[in-house]
Design a protein around this ligand. Structure first.
Ligand SMILES: [Zn+2]
Length: 165
């Protein structure tokens, strides 16, 4: 870990604008902040985080801004092992407040009887598919070859990110 591009010079450099090379749709889990996982600095990553890394309309809108306005070249849909949101959606138990609002975005992704690791991977793939099929902005950028959208899973145990096929 080198913690690059986080000094005052970088702050001043970015004051007039941003051009993050990648966008991340990641989970809100405190153990998976993309800027730290990938050892990047200010202005490098356009990070959208929500429990279960779901591609609901507000997340799609944010990622459309990254791709269509800021010119990000990659969207990484980053799930992680032992994800609490995926686990809760799979188990389907009662949860407080509005937490269950997330489930509608996750349960369609998960095969019946899947274990949590399989469900996490299926969810990352599903959210990737939602992004690439429901957003004209992102779909057109893929067709033009200006952006690539890939699912991946971060291991809480090893600290490694594995791209999914
Ligand atoms: Zn999670």
């Amino acid at each position: 870990m080198e913690a690059p591009r986080r000094d005052g010079g970088r702050v001043r450099e970015l004051a007039g604008g941003q051009a993050p090379y990648a966008a991340i749709l990641g989970c809100a889990d405190s153990r998976v902040p993309p800027e730290i996982l990938f050892d990047e600095g200010l202005g490098d990553l356009f990070t959208v985080r929500v429990a279960g890394n779901v591609a609901s309309p507000e997340e799609i809108a944010s990622l459309e801004y990254a791709v269509g306005v800021l010119g990000s070249k990659v969207i990484l849909v980053l799930g992680h092992t032992s994800c609490g949101a995926v686990t809760a959606a799979v188990e389907g138990k009662a949860v407080p407040g509005q937490i269950s609002a997330l489930f509608q975005h996750i349960t369609p992704a998960v095969p019946a009887g899947a274990d949590i690791q399989t469900a996490v991977e299926a969810n990352a793939r599903h959210q990737t598919k939602i992004l690439t099929t429901s957003s004209p902005v992102i779909r057109e950028a893929i067709e033009a070859g200006t952006v690539e959208v890939r699912p991946a899973v971060y291991s809480l145990e090893s600290g490694e990110v594995t791209l999914l096929g």
